[in-house]
Design a protein around this ligand. Structure first.
Ligand SMILES: Cc1cc2nc3c(=O)[nH]c(=O)nc-3n(C[C@H](O)[C@H](O)[C@H](O)COP(=O)(O)OP(=O)(O)OC[C@H]3O[C@@H](n4cnc5c(N)ncnc54)[C@H](O)[C@@H]3O)c2cc1C
Length: 432
């Protein structure tokens, strides 16, 4: 029997250590420090370096990476168990060296970068000394990358990039951007789009606006509206093969999506814990909120949804480890991507509602969580696109029926069964 839902005791000790460090040292930092991606914030960096060192000494640094890149190569299942703790804090992933999008960008550099790019960017990125951005989405076309217009043309030994990108997260803090651009417009986008490393200080790279989410004040956001005007990068800044962007993107996004889901478990649980605490604490004339059946229903529904989601994430992580091939687990990753914003939204919304006006106020985190759920429904592709992926993959396992009646048609099946078991029915009288 291969099914096992227990964490091995040795790794549980690591998880307990992480849990304590989070509670005592890291979670409070979210309330006082600025943006984890801002590497110019020296006081913040001075404070987190010793914490990063403690993580490294414990062998838990950059756990998404294999030993060849300085990580322990734990695999996705162990990473999921870690991330469902780390996701509680916005600083924790940076302190453990596994923050998105740097984690995915590092994987791309490691697999597809030239020796020069690896030396210049990979090591400082892995060491947490610099930040990076992923610049794929365009203002006129996000969900459908085949409509991208940003062009890259080879001129001598340099690529020249022109175009606009949208929602390049953390561009303002980045040392380099990974940019997707059309290098050959005469073939299908799946063969004519390439990926480049563009140092953020290259002449011609402009952040038109730093776009914020929801009620963030204008100009304070971290999602760059980017313009690339005659941006020249050396030929070796091409990642992988010319025309290979989609293959690279799938590798990166597959890992990225499941890592977001692992961290989302942490956020959903946080909302759920607050909801239960509130239900027990807030009194009505009927007694505490927890004694009301409609509140109990919300708690029960939330608990079931969280457990279902967590099992789906852990099973998908286990499948990735098993097959070591994101393509074979595409349907499962897409399912996790679809389930993630829904469970986060639904639980955060119930938690908000049970806290009344306080829940809606800026003194509690619920409104931010609900916005976060919407962000997860869009970032790395909207829910609908992933549902299409699931349906297509699922339908491959089926074939159309021959003839008029479905294979589950009861009279047809009964007639077949009667023919097959005629010898048992010989004595039967009537009921024909
Ligand atoms: C918080 C956040 C961070 C992000 N970070 C990055 C980043 O770092 N780098 C980057 O390149 N991009 C980033 N993005 C952009 C993200 O990838 C896009 O928002 C996403 O791909 C959707 O593109 P769009 O916003 O242009 O929406 P559109 O493509 O305009 O789609 C809008 C809506 O139309 C519907 N729709 C579109 N296409 C289909 C379809 N085929 N079938 C059914 N319905 C459809 C869906 O309801 C969809 O939500 C980020 C987005 C968010 C919200």
């Amino acid at each position: 029997m291969g099914w096992d839902f227990e964490t091995d005791p040795e790794f549980q000790q690591e998880l307990d250590w992480i849990d304590t460090l989070l509670r005592e040292e890291i979670e409070p930092l979210d309330l006082v420090l600025g943006d984890p991606y801002d590497k110019s914030d020296q006081p913040a960096l001075d404070h987190i370096r010793p914490l990063q060192q403690r993580v490294k000494d414990r062998g838990l640094w950059a756990c998404h990476l294999g030993p060849e890149l300085g990580g322990p190569g734990f695999g996705q299942l162990k990473l999921a168990l870690m991330n469902e703790l780390l996701g509680r804090s916005s600083w924790a992933p940076s302190i453990f060296g596994c923050q998105a999008p740097d984690s995915g960008n590092a994987e791309i550099l490691a697999h597809y970068g030239s020796p020069f790019l690896k030396e210049k960017y990979l090591q400082p990125l892995l060491d947490g000394q610099i930040s990076s951005a992923y610049s794929m989405t365009e203002p006129h076309a996000g969900a459908d990358p085949t409509l991208f217009k940003t062009r890259a043309e080879l001129d001598g030994d340099e690529w020249v990039i022109n175009g606009e990108k949208w929602f390049s997260s953390n561009a303002r803090f980045s040392s380099f951007l990974i940019v997707m651009a059309v290098s050959n417009p005469d073939v299908s986008a799946y063969k004519g789009v390439s990926m480049f490393v563009v140092p953020t200080d290259t002449p011609g790279v402009t952040i038109v606006r730093n776009v914020g989410l929801g009620t963030e004040p204008e100009g304070h956001g971290t999602h760059g509206y980017m313009r690339y005007e005659n941006v020249r990068v050396p030929a070796d800044h091409l990642l992988g093969d010319e025309g290979g962007a989609f293959v690279i993107a799938q590798t990166r996004l597959g890992g990225g999506r499941i890592h977001h889901a692992m961290r989302t478990i942490a956020q959903v649980r946080k909302a759920f814990d607050m909801m239960c605490e509130r239900a027990l604490s807030r009194e009505t004339r009927e007694g505490p909120l927890a004694s009301l059946q409609m509140v109990q229903e919300q708690i029960a529904d939330s608990w079931i949804e969280i457990e279902q989601f967590r099992l789906l994430v852990l099973r998908t992580a286990w499948l990735i480890d098993r097959y070591n091939d994101y393509k074979r687990v595409r349907k499962d990753i897409a399912a996790v991507k679809v389930a993630m914003p829904k469970v986060y939204h639904d639980v955060a919304q119930r938690a908000l509602h049970l806290h009344g006006a306080l829940g809606l106020s800026n003194e509690m985190p619920f409104a931010g969580m609900m916005l976060g759920a919407e962000a997860l429904a869009l970032a790395d592709g909207p829910t609908e696109v992933h549902k299409v992926t699931i349906a297509r993959q699922v339908l491959r396992e089926y074939k159309p029926v021959d003839g008029l009646w479905p294979s589950g048609h009861i009279p047809t099946r009964r007639a077949e069964a009667r023919a097959r078991f005629a010898h048992l029915l010989e004595h039967e009288v009537g009921n024909q």
